[in-house]
Design a protein around this ligand. Structure first.
Ligand SMILES: [Zn+2]
Length: 235
């Protein structure tokens, strides 16, 4: 019986993390410079639009569809997503925490106006906030000098402090924040399943705890096995 389960999707869950690499934290502007200099803002939106135009429209992957299906099970407490495509939210995910934010909309930190990302990449003049005219729309992903939303982090800890199972779709990578979450659940002696394709670097973490089980299966195969396990509680 799989009770109270939290699922975490590492940064490389969608298209091997292509988007997360293109828009990785280190490549984002410094938030103070972004707020202070028009040139920094213009360069950002130009670069951002080029990258998104090159990628083309983002499509719901079959693995995401499986996640959306599994999310409906009452045993699922929540899904923590480290991918920034925003597809799960756009497709109706209800128990989702987008810890790294998402790029599907831009907002104005002065007046709160928000705009769909497509508006911005199709017409860069839309980058201006035409409500307060202060010109500082930005996507809801943290820039250099910004941290995760503290609300989202607290919500994640709350879920991890009430779960019996923590399933991580890691493939070949664990982010520092994921390692910190493993620590939370491991201290509570609850089950941790790390779905991966290879042995993960254990320099940064002692994985010897009996709570931690590595599952060497593809995301797809493991998702199918979850759908089978949840069976009746899925519609
Ligand atoms: Zn505004």
């Amino acid at each position: 019986m799989i009770k109270n389960t939290v699922i975490l999707l590492e940064k490389n869950f969608y298209e091997n993390g292509k988007l997360e690499k293109l828009l990785s934290y280190e490549l984002r502007p410094n938030i103070k410079e972004f707020r202070a200099y028009d040139e920094v803002r213009k360069n950002f939106v130009k670069d951002f639009s080029e990258k998104l135009n090159n990628i083309g429209s983002l499509k719901l992957s079959s693995n995401y569809k499986k996640i959306l299906n599994i999310e409906k099970a009452k045993e699922i407490v929540g899904i923590i997503n480290l991918n920034i495509d925003g597809l799960l939210k756009l497709n109706g995910a209800q128990k989702l925490i987008e810890l790294e934010g998402n790029i599907s909309w831009f907002y104005c930190s002065e007046c709160g106006l928000d705009k769909d990302v497509d508006l911005i990449i199709n017409d860069q003049s839309q980058f201006l906030c035409n409500s307060c005219n202060k010109n500082i729309l930005k996507p809801s992903i943290p820039f250099v000098g910004q941290e995760f939303s503290q609300w989202d982090l607290k919500d994640s800890w709350m879920m991890l402090n009430s779960c019996d199972n923590f399933i991580i779709f890691a493939d070949n990578f664990l982010s520092p924040v994921t390692i910190s979450f493993i620590d939370v659940v491991e201290k509570r002696s609850k089950n941790i399943f790390i779905i991966c394709s290879e042995s993960l670097n254990s320099d940064s973490y002692d994985f010897s705890s009996t709570c931690i089980k590595f599952v060497y299966e593809s995301n797809e195969v493991y998702l199918d096995s979850l759908i089978e396990k949840f069976g009746d509680s899925l519609v």
